[in-house]
Write a new protein. Structure first.
Length: 211
């Protein structure tokens, strides 16, 4: 769980959700997202985007506070796999994850519902409530393991913060918003298997490349 004293954010600042003990993932993801798009250097190849994101991450105190000694760098091969399997990547990554059977069903159902809502709803407050309502259910579910909650809540934090950014940041390609969200979620969960920092950088790289 994250020490929220690492930041100066207020507990009710949107799009944060203070009840989520892994919400630093979404906050740092957004900080790096904004830093990336504010910078003059915007590479186009996957490997160069990974390098640029990692450089920004390494310069971010909040990222360094959650990065562990066993941090695993983003894999270009993994990013390419996700991008080449947009229609199946979420299901494949959930199926291969360390989530319990209940955790897999729960997250799969949420993602499917979020995609539909995200595609039809433009109000950020509605999307925010949709995600936090699910996070509350996860937090209160005694049948989900601690590992289930860690993976799910890390992923939902990045998904919740990403929905805000996606509605604010114009797309550069012709893919629908929900396709970019799928890639974001898949990569965030994939990285979460290794840690909070990995979830942030892999989710961010995938989102940038897909955009």
């Amino acid at each position: 769980m994250i020490n929220r004293e690492l930041t100066n954010r207020t507990t009710n600042e949107l799009p944060g959700y203070n009840a989520n003990p892994y919400d630093e993932a979404g906050w740092v993801h957004n900080e790096l997202f904004e830093s990336y798009y504010e910078s003059s250097s915007k590479p186009t190849s996957v490997s160069d985007i990974i390098s640029r994101v990692q450089a920004l991450a390494d310069a971010n105190p909040n990222f360094n506070s959650i990065k562990t000694a066993t941090y695993r760098a983003v894999s270009a091969e993994r990013i390419n796999y996700i991008l080449e399997h947009k229609n199946t990547c979420v299901a494949d990554i959930i199926a291969a994850s360390s989530l319990t059977s209940k955790g897999k069903v729960s997250l799969s159902s949420f993602v499917n519902s979020l995609i539909v809502t995200f595609d039809t709803e433009s109000n950020c407050d509605v999307l925010y409530k949709f995600v936090t309502d699910y996070e509350k259910v996860v937090l209160e579910d005694s049948l989900l393991t601690a590992r289930d909650k860690q993976l799910i809540l890390t992923t939902t934090s990045i998904a919740r913060h990403s929905t805000y950014l996606a509605k604010k940041k114009p797309k550069k390609n012709t893919d629908p918003d929900w396709t970019i969200l799928i890639v974001h979620i898949a990569a965030a969960l994939d990285g979460a298997e290794y840690g909070l920092a990995e979830s942030i950088t892999e989710g961010l790289v995938a989102g940038i490349v897909s955009n």
